[in-house]
Design a protein around this ligand. Structure first.
Ligand code: NAD
Ligand code: MG
Length: 299
């Protein structure tokens, strides 16, 4: 499928694949370069406009999917970036470095496990030291494990999902707050699952609801520091999360087709909102949530 520049008007129905996806299963957390088809993170299409010139951003989950699309967009908008991901995702992280280095941009790599409290603190310290400042936190990493019955959810799964999706936001923000200047922006990643939970994603959906609630409360708590906090809530997006245990295999052939736009979204389609919320264009927006759902609106 031909990928056009984001600046060109296109029919959203036919902009990306409408056919659904072949069944495939990788070990968690999945490697994006090995997916069929490989998701579009804006490698060919994202055009920067200096909207984040000179900013310093940390992006969790930056190797693949929505985080990678955000990383590409931030770098092309003029930000210096650091990304976090799991060590097992080095292949995806390196392909991002290669892409952006060709464009003369540096990416700081901070691999590590967000379920570890100490690592969250170290990650912030390292990002701050290596970038020289920290202005934007795009906290996008997440874990999703589909289980048909509540009895199948082990305490280990429950604990991990909550640690990675929710606790790590507390740990990261606690470490970052003393370092963030007025004008800084924190962006979290919820999901349509916070509004319309699927029966096979009980623990995940509960974390996504918690993220939304935390975003709003935190935004009010730290508004007086001049720091904004907002949330993005995606619908069905084609990413490694879906093929590494996050989705029932039988749903992949029709994944995303139940939306009014009749197809799954691609990570590149989230880049714009992550840039907008990080930039000064959204100066009067805080404690808000933005759906990117293909029409299955929030609420
Ligand atoms: P993805 O697999 O590309 O990204 C998830 C990332 O989370 C991984 O790349 C990995 O680096 C990171 N991660 C997972 N466990 C980790 C751990 N223990 N420590 C550090 N990092 C860890 O998939 P994605 O769909 O782009 O996911 C990004 C975010 O979008 C997630 O928060 C997800 O819940 C959310 N989301 C996705 C969809 C969708 O349909 N794909 C829908 C709604 C919300
Ligand atoms: Mg990944």
């Amino acid at each position: 499928m031909e990928i056009k520049s984001q600046n060109e008007m296109q029919n959203p129905l036919t902009q990306y694949r409408q056919d659904g996806f072949p069944k495939q299963l990788q070990e968690y957390p999945g490697i994006q370069c090995e997916m069929d088809p490989v998701p579009d993170c804006g490698e060919e299409s994202y055009v920067g406009n200096g909207r984040l010139k000179g900013r310093k951003a940390l992006i969790t989950g930056g190797d693949s999917g929505i985080g990678r699309a955000t990383a590409i967009a931030y770098a092309r908008e003029g930000a210096d970036i650091a990304i976090n991901y799991l060590e097992s995702e080095q292949k995806d992280a390196e392909s991002l470095v290669k892409l952006l280095e060709k464009e003369g941009k540096k990416v700081i790599l901070i691999p590590g496990d967000l379920s570890d409290e100490e690592f969250n603190k170290q990650m912030i310290k390292e990002a701050h030291e290596k970038l020289g400042r920290l202005d934007i936190l795009a906290l996008i990493a997440g874990k999703q494990v589909s289980k048909k019955d509540i009895e199948e959810i082990t305490t280990e799964q429950l604990t991990n999902t909550f640690k990675i999706n929710v606790f790590s936001l507390f740990w990261t923000v606690q470490a970052a707050l003393p370092l963030l200047p007025p004008g800084a922006s924190i962006i979290t990643c919820s999901s349509i699952q916070a509004y319309q939970p699927s029966p096979d994603l009980l623990d995940y959906a509960a974390t996504k609801s918690a993220i939304l609630n935390l975003t709003r409360g935190l935004a009010k708590q730290i508004a007086s520091k001049g720091i904004r906090v907002n949330c993005v809530a995606p619908g069905p997006i084609w990413t490694p999360l879906q093929i590494s245990g996050g989705q029932q295999q039988e749903k992949l052939p029709k994944f995303g087709q139940e939306t009014p736009l009749k197809r799954a979204g691609q990570p590149a389609e989230l880049a714009g909102i992550y840039v907008f919320l990080a930039s000064q264009e959204s100066s009067y927006i805080t404690a808000e949530v933005f759906g990117v759902t293909g029409g299955n609106h929030l609420g």
